[in-house]
Design a protein around this ligand. Structure first.
Ligand code: FPP
Length: 247
């Protein structure tokens, strides 16, 4: 089913694309630039990706922009990334809103400054009714921590007598995740040449097709997205079942 009032994209187009935007640092280092220049160029690549995704009819785009493990980086780089999120929200929200993009930010907000949390809340609120593309920005996000938070939520409900342990099934856990209401990831793209999922949407990627691209994130463009989508279209998804023709 497509978004409200819009025709569904062809089945070969993934409904939900996740992206691990890796390689900013190496892109910069290869050019003799500071790592921060790579992150800045990474924002431009993100803007291109949002536009290209909407053009293709992708409904959900989730991007890993700061992991819970990224706090281990030098303080200056952490500050730069935090500042980049502020700038992205400040500079891009109006345009994203005008283009019909709904913004959702997932991850732990309690470690972020209240003024930044306020900006994130406002961006979500402003764009909540949009239905063209949902951009999920994973910031201070770790999938293991998200699962632990979900378990805690359910345990609290059990302790309060609102839920019995028997009622805890995969649907209940899914509702307790930050991604409540968002369909599972169909296609996971990781740039930068590494072939791993790290701490990104472990639950949500259960049956995702993975495409690893050797390109550094700042060089990612519409053609690279098309390559990944073509690869996705050529895969046979069985979700644990049998081949379509013999089922
Ligand atoms: C990985 O590259 C990238 C990150 C840790 C940050 C990704 C951030 C952006 C693309 C821009 C920020 C976006 C928002 C919305 C704030 P790396 O630095 O690990 O690259 P390397 O592996 O080459 O060192």
């Amino acid at each position: 089913m497509g978004r409200e009032g819009q025709p569904a994209a062809p089945a070969s187009v993934p409904r939900h694309v996740g992206v691990i935007m890796d390689g900013n640092g190496r892109w910069a280092e290869a050019r003799g630039l500071p790592r921060s220049a790579g992150h800045k160029a990474g924002i431009d690549a993100l803007r291109r990706m949002v536009r290209a995704s909407a053009d293709l009819g992708i409904e959900y785009l989730s991007v890993y922009s700061f992991s819970t493990e990224n706090w281990r980086r030098p303080r200056a780089e952490v500050s730069f990334l935090l500042d980049l999120l502020r700038r992205f929200i400040r500079q891009d929200v109006a345009e994203l809103h005008a283009a019909g993009t709904r913004i959702k930010i997932i991850g732990a907000r309690e470690d972020l400054e209240p003024s930044l949390v306020k900006m994130l809340d406002e961006a979500e609120k402003l764009t909540a009714e949009n239905n063209k593309l949902t951009l999920v920005v994973a910031f201070n996000y770790g999938s293991k921590q998200e699962l632990a938070r979900a378990a805690k939520k359910l345990a609290t409900e059990v302790a309060a007598g609102k839920l019995t342990p028997d009622q805890i099934d995969d649907a209940a856990l899914e509702r307790a995740l930050d991604t409540d209401g968002i369909p599972p990831v169909d296609l996971l793209i990781r740039t930068g040449g590494e072939q791993r999922i790290s701490n990104f949407m472990l639950w949500q990627c259960a049956y995702a097709e993975f495409v690893f691209l050797p390109v550094f994130w700042p060089d990612f463009d519409g053609a690279a997205l098309q390559t990944a989508v073509d690869e996705f279209g050529a895969r046979e998804r069985r979700f644990g079942g049998l081949k379509a023709q013999t089922a």
